[in-house]
Design a protein around this ligand. Structure first.
Ligand code: NAD
Length: 292
């Protein structure tokens, strides 16, 4: 009997070794994702996460130079066959429709939309110009509406369901000082997602939201005038601001683009097949800590 037992164990160890060598099926194989703001920090990290799972990606952005750089980087690590770029301003209705048409021509349709293209602005309300207010509303609120509308049209024709992921912000749930235009626009994205989740459910189209807190690494937002304005709002320099954002969270850790990409992967994949209308904060515990 001990001999038989040893034989059995060896048998299962060999089986286990064979399984380890077998390529694992990729969970997004055969799916196509359009990522707005795909040339930016969170957008490109999300596109990369999807490529790792076998998806084809279309990076849509207004920044041509950053698009080329991101596409070259991703194509060299995966394959040029599964990466496309399109210049698309999310506030331009025709450009949005053209981008979706391009995705359909190149890859046959869209299964996943990541609405992520965005900006940040900071000013006390009495110094917020109408232009600044409208810019936030146009890019964030209206932009998220336009790309979702295009995705819904395509997904409903395809009749295969779909996943829409909004990258909003924890500032859409909680107030932040000197950022009323941004916070209001982000709150509207979150409510739009709830409404679209209800509309999309009968067709199997799921809509979920990922809310980052400050993502410093890789984000183009974290530069220039905005950064100076933010630092002065908190009475700190750049390093002091970074430290403040980390320290105010429960976990006292920085949020990275890859952390957002992981949540965006969950909501794009069948792992979340029973989730729609949900809002997940990837904020190291900032929102619930009620700190600013
Ligand atoms: P990022 O600046 O690195 O990327 C944003 C991308 O959006 C850029 O490539 C930019 O060219 C593109 N874009 C801007 N306006 C556009 C337009 N009109 N049409 C098409 N593309 C446009 O910033 P990020 O940190 O990757 O931000 C991604 C999203 O995450 C944004 O919606 C932002 O509001 C949100 N967010 C970011 C943070 C953060 O701290 N970085 C925190 C909360 C929420």
């Amino acid at each position: 009997l001990p001999e038989q037992e040893a034989f059995d164990i060896e048998y299962w160890l060999l089986e286990e070794a064979k399984l380890q060598r077998m390529p694992k099926p990729k969970s997004l194989a055969g799916r196509v994702a359009l990522v707005t703001g795909g040339a930016g920090g969170i957008g490109s990290a999300t596109a990369e996460r999807y490529l790792r799972e076998g998806a084809c990606v279309v990076l849509a952005d207004i920044d041509d130079a950053a698009l080329s750089e991101t596409a070259a980087n991703l194509s060299s690590r995966y394959s040029a066959d599964v990466v496309r770029v399109v210049n698309m301003d999310v506030t331009d209705e025709c450009a949005v429709d053209r981008a979706f048409d391009k995705a359909a021509n190149e890859f046959g349709g869209i299964d996943i939309l990541v609405s992520n293209a965005g900006i940040a602005s900071s000013a006390p309300v009495e110094e917020t110009s109408l232009d600044m207010w409208n810019m936030n509303m146009n890019i964030l609120s209206t932009g998220y509406f336009l790309v979702s509308r295009a995705a819904f049209k395509m997904m409903k024709v395809q009749k295969m369901g779909g996943a829409v992921v909004f990258v909003a912000s924890k500032n859409g749930l909680a107030a932040s000082p000197n950022a009323s235009a941004y916070c209001t626009a982000k709150a509207s994205e979150i409510h739009l997602a709830r409404c679209l989740a209800l509309e999309g459910a009968p067709e199997g189209i799921r809509v979920n939201v990922v809310n980052p807190d400050a993502v410093l690494k890789g984000s183009k937002i974290w530069s220039g005038d905005w950064l100076e304005e933010r630092a002065s709002t908190y009475g700190k320099d750049k390093q002091g601001l970074e430290d403040h954002y980390r320290e105010r969270s429960m976990l006292k850790r920085s949020v990275l683009p890859e952390d957002i990409a992981e949540a965006a992967y969950f909501f794009a994949s069948d792992l979340s097949a029973k989730s729609t209308g949900n809002i997940v904060n990837v904020d190291a515990g900032n929102v619930q800590a009620f700190t600013r």
